[in-house]
Design a protein around this ligand. Sequence first.
Ligand SMILES: Nc1ncnc2c1ncn2[C@@H]1O[C@H](COP(=O)(O)OP(=O)(O)OP(=O)(O)O)[C@@H](O)[C@H]1O
Ligand SMILES: [Mg+2]
Length: 624
Amino acid sequence: MLTLANVAKSYGTRELFSEVSLFVARTDRFGLVGPNGAGKSTLFNLILGEEQPDEGTIEWERGADFGFLPQESAPVGDETILHIATSGKKLEPENDDDYDIDWTLEPRAKKILAGLGFREDDFLKQAKSFSGGWVMRAHLARLLVSEPALLMLDEPTNHLDLEALLWFQDYLTRYPGGLVIISHDREFLNVLCNGILELKGGTLNKYTGNYDDYLNEKDARKEQQAALFKNQQREIAHLQKFVDRFGAKASMASRAKSKEKQIERLKDVAVEEPWEDLKRINFRFPQPPRSGLKVMNLKNVQQAYGDHVVYRDLNFEVERGQKIVLVGPNGAGKSTLLKILADVIPIQGGSRDLGSNVYPGYFAQNRGDNVKLDLTVLENVMELRTAENQLTEQQARAVLGGFLFRKDDVFKKASVLSGGEKSRLALARLLVNPPNLLLMDEPTTHLDIPSIDALVNALKNYEGTLIFISHDVYFIRTLAQTVLHVHSGRLTPYAGNYDYYLEKSKAANARAALTAGFTDARPKQTTASPTTKSQTPDAKQTAKPSASDLKKLRTDVSKLEQKVSELEAKQAEITAALEAPETYADKGKFHHLNKELSVIVDQLTAATAEWEAAATRLSELDKA
Ligand SMILES: Nc1ncnc2c1ncn2[C@@H]1O[C@H](COP(=O)(O)OP(=O)(O)OP(=O)(O)O)[C@@H](O)[C@H]1O
Ligand SMILES: [Mg+2]
């Protein structure tokens, strides 16, 4: 229903892509992927006719309608949420002869709005009283209601929390039309797509299957290309040797000449060396000034939105250097807690005490307001120069390099940046003068995988205190040292990393555990339970341990110790085997070992966390 032929687009001297050809049929479900700034949103704009291609043609089949969700929010007027959701199709018949009123429209719209997280009493409120993210949800509802033949969605999951995301994903699996979805969410693409379009390095590559199939196929293609490249280079080198040796000899001159020609021909058809995807940056971000040991103390805090009470009697302590992730069901109050800590919403009761020398910094989901659109990328960082931080241009560029802005990128106006580039800039701005209490709500939204790595890299060595909310299991796994489960106005701390929490919460899978609403799965206080730096008041009332408890705990600790060292030995063994040259030669073996290693590493992480928690508990009990 849609055909692109040899499409090319440049901005100034920078060619975004060329020779893009594509056919989209009604049954296609494509994921459009590629690094931040590759031109995905631009390609959508071309398809929608909002911008013109420099070359090539784009044709729609007659009668094919489409729906489009932009990456960033569109302005709204006075209409209600329900109005937006139903405005994709006409409510009223055009004239009296038309009896074809769609009575199912409104009920359907309401159902979809509810699925996307709106409450019944939101339907008739004006859209402009909602945040940008919620307006986007209303527009998403409109698209689902009107059911166009082709849905084009630019990072739709950015606006959703996990519950709405799961609902939406499920809804789309049953969607009757075609889909082209830009997304960085691997799981989402896996569930929905039967084809992946990769826009990268100026070309569009098509792969059959879902995202995992794409990754596998890509690996295979890369290996093939690497092998081909090696062979070609070998042949070229061989020919070159001949030319070098005999080129000067009169008797051999003509043969050398012909070999030289052969080299030229080979070079013409030679494949490029497969390039590495991740350009590692080892830039160290500045450390924040050190705060006092006590960072924050919330006492008996009350917080309600209208009559909806989120927290009645909230107690929470944070200590320097903690790295806490907040998990729990949607609406449990994770963002609210973060906002209370950041002092962006005033508390309605109780107290919020900031420790000495604590500078909080808050990174909200709608990070757009964190960058200055009329300044260039470089100016956006340079303007943050302070008396203490006399940033030179070189340093500013190093910071920006840490967030993957290279060379001329830094002279771009912030207004033309892609969604991911804007997020990276906002993060760079935040971390130039890092606050020592960092509060982040979904910082990886809009970011592609290399950018998430850049952020992880910036935060890994961060010596301040970090509290964040994220849907990104990888991000959480790498950074969080404590998991705080927020549910029904209560906080349950798990003093271990995410895997420790997973094990304790017995969640079905890593993602489900993010929104799990259990209350009774918390670790029993009598067994190897974590002691936490930040406890809810009731967690403190632990009974004095009996001698047999202590004995059991001791056995647990030594068993876990043994398990950890066994796993470590195994890990060392596999690593050594992987490094052996003969393993490289045997592809099957290499893959097998690699897989085994990742299993061991996972087990080791979990076991270490468990051991740490048990050992901490034991030492505290011993002290008591
Ligand atoms: N008017 C413009 N002038 C110059 N450069 C532009 C202009 N508009 C966009 N760009 C650049 O073109 C590139 C592609 O932008 P685009 O928004 O299409 O990327 P994207 O693939 O959607 O990225 P993301 O994943 O971050 O959303 C970006 O580097 C952006 O800065
Ligand atoms: Mg984009």
